[in-house]
Write a protein that binds this ligand. Structure first.
Ligand code: GAR
Length: 205
């Protein structure tokens, strides 16, 4: 057991079911080496913000549409995250691609959940339901989810955990998405987050 917990920021853009899985894991003790201190959305009004409010977690909207450039958007994120002394950043359905300047600033401190078995169906343009549409179009019999570190290559950082999920003959993108969330994403994201927070705090001076 660590004396101090890592401070976690979760970045979201939508419904926030992966954020909910992290909140639940914190309550059940699966996530014990880190604590979610901040939830940031790039859009106002998303349901993930309500989930954070419900769990008494500080929320901030950094509205990307109101920023004149990506540089400004990322600088506002950095000011916020560093201002709160955050250790680990979790991208949980965060639909913005981060530049090398941002990812280098937090090397080995950002993790992302992606709804396929990387290196299949990943990279720029593959997000949300599009990933499952592509998997069904290709005809794969197994898909799944991956949690990985985030570097300058979209979905290209070191893999932390993966879990395979069966594709059924009558699957639609929606049914496949749901099964992958339930059987893979909501399990491996909290487990990976715990592992990364534990290792980070063990080595933090
Ligand atoms: C999740 O399936 C997540 O893996 C995916 O978007 C969904 C967000 O759902 N992320 C990506 O596709 C990123 N490339 P949530 O808001 O309910 O967690």
């Amino acid at each position: 057991m660590l004396k101090k917990r890592a401070k976690i920021a979760v970045l979201v853009s939508g419904g926030g079911t992966n954020l909910q899985a992290l909140i639940d894991a914190q309550k059940s003790g699966i996530l014990r080496s880190g604590r979610i201190m901040l939830v940031v959305s790039n859009k106002p009004g998303v349901y993930a913000l309500e989930r954070a409010d419900e769990a008494n977690i500080r929320t901030v909207v950094v509205n990307k549409k109101e920023c004149v450039s990506n540089v400004e958007f990322e600088q506002r994120l950095i000011d916020l995250i560093d201002g709160d002394g955050i250790d680990i950043i979790v991208l949980a359905g965060f639909m913005c691609i981060l530049s090398e300047r941002f990812t280098k600033h937090y090397e080995n401190r950002i993790i992302n959940v992606h709804p396929s078995l990387i290196p299949s169906f990943c990279g720029e343009g593959y997000y949300g339901l599009r990933v499952h549409e592509a998997a069904l179009k290709y005809g794969v019999k197994v898909s799944g989810a991956t949690v990985h570190f985030v570097n300058e290559i979209p979905d290209g950082g070191r893999i932390i955990m993966q879990r395979a999920v069966e594709v059924k003959v009558d699957d639609t993108p929606e049914t496949l998405q749901k099964r992958i969330m339930e059987e893979a994403e909501w399990k491996i994201l909290p487990l990976s987050c715990e592992r990364v927070c534990y290792e980070y705090m063990k080595n933090k001076k």
